[in-house]
Design a protein around this ligand. Structure first.
Ligand code: ZN
Length: 410
């Protein structure tokens, strides 16, 4: 059977993955077997979310469904941050598969609570929503993803401290770098060498000590063994859809929907400019009726902005990112062509070596000193430093669902 839970945390604490780990332990203590624990990330652009829009699905073998449902219910009652006005937990238990279409909709678009409830009733699932029951959307999406088995998979090893602990986490930073060096490219985003910072340890008041992401359970466990930290209250290895680009759909400029995430092909249509706060923007054209969309690389994407600044009008690229308030927030891009540019300049006078000036519109150039004329300008070729290929934001700016380039495709 599959158990889905979602929306148990708040910005002040808790974490749905911690609650899932605790529930897994309680179910095992009650004589059930947890086959696999899944951490499913959903549309990162949903407004009602705490940090990462994560839901949990536990694959459970054994037991009495009423008893299992009741253990899950008690665990949520006990630990979910239901006092927070925006925390609305959802719990689902199903023995029949839930169609994968719901997950696909929840990771790329938006779902309503009513849609989730209808699907659950049709499937014959047991479910409960606390307060408004918004968490039923994620809980349903998580069991939908797992029962349809339609997602590309990665792993995350999570170490937790006691959920009442709110202070600084005791972790030896050098051991995180060692763990990264020993397991790269099979683990990723533990550290950010380009920006010399640690990515896998949160700064939020939740129970996560650290999380190691990678392409197999063996690799994330190998990395975790190298890490020296305060002794975790417990650990959990989740199968996830993180780092898979599951949120991206192939789109066309001119036909884009707010809150959706796309892969878009187009031609750079303006010279990138750096605005207030260091955000870089440019226009991309293409798609339906040669439409245009603004693309943004925000300040937290750090060095990636230098790549974006080196684009020139006429370059052809594919970009990946979400449409937010009318602009695409870039996650990565593939440069297809970045041809050398020719810049026209007034020619140098053959007789006196001075640079000529324009003689007027369509009248060529004239030397102001000796009167010599020239019909056409001199062209200088501007060499490009930008070479075709993929470019991405650094680990410190990566979204959970975005596939890092280091990750080899399965
Ligand atoms: Zn001259």
């Amino acid at each position: 059977m599959l158990i889905g839970i979602d929306d148990t945390d708040s910005p002040e604490g808790m974490c749905t993955t911690y609650l899932g780990a605790l529930l897994a332990e309680r179910l095992e203590n009650a004589g059930n077997t947890i086959k696999t624990a899944h951490l499913i990330r959903l549309n990162p652009n949903v407004k009602f979310k705490t940090r990462g829009n994560a839901a949990i699905c536990l694959e459970v073998i054994g037991g009495d469904t009423d008893e299992i449902f009741s253990i899950a219910e008690t665990t949520i009652d006990e630990l979910a941050e239901t006092d927070h006005p925006r925390t609305e937990p959802g719990l689902v238990l199903t023995e029949s598969p839930v169609p994968g279409a719901f997950y696909h909709q929840a990771v790329t678009s938006f779902c309503s609570i009513e849609e989730a409830q209808t699907l659950l009733k049709n499937t014959g699932a047991k479910f409960k929503g606390w307060k408004g029951g918004r968490g039923l959307i994620g809980a349903t999406a998580a069991v939908s993803a797992v029962s349809a088995s339609i997602f590309d998979k990665t792993w995350e090893f999570l170490a937790y401290r006691d959920h009442r602990e709110k202070g600084l986490r005791q972790i030896e930073a050098p051991s995180l770098w060692e763990a990264d060096r020993a397991t790269t490219p099979h683990t990723w985003d533990s550290v950010d060498p380009e920006n010399n910072c640690i990515v896998c340890v949160p700064h939020t008041p939740d129970p996560v000590l650290y999380g190691i992401r990678g392409d197999s359970e063996e690799w994330v466990r190998t990395a975790a063994q190298i890490i020296r930290s305060q002794s975790p209250e417990w650990t959990m290895c989740y199968q996830t859809n993180q780092g898979t680009d599951a949120h991206l759909i192939n789109g066309e400029i001119g036909n884009l929907i707010e809150g959706h995430s796309y892969r878009l092909f187009g031609t750079v249509a303006s010279v990138p400019k750096t605005g207030q706060g260091g955000h870089v923007s440019f226009l991309l054209s293409g798609g339906i009726d040669d439409g245009e969309v603004q693309c943004m690389a925000y300040e937290p994407t750090k060095g990636f902005r230098d790549i974006v600044r080196s684009l020139l009008p006429g370059d052809t690229i594919t970009i990946c990112g979400s449409l937010k308030e009318g602009s695409i927030n870039l996650e990565k891009m593939q440069v297809h062509t970045a041809p050398a540019h020719r810049r026209a300049e007034a020619p140098i006078c053959d007789s006196c070596g001075k640079r000529m000036t324009s003689a007027g519109k369509d009248k060529g150039y004239k030397c102001r000193k000796c009167g010599e004329r020239a019909a056409s300008p001199d062209y200088t070729t501007i060499a490009r430093t930008l070479v075709p290929g993929w470019y991405e934001v650094p680990p410190c700016a990566r979204r959970h669902l975005a596939r890092p380039l280091i990750r080899e495709l399965p």
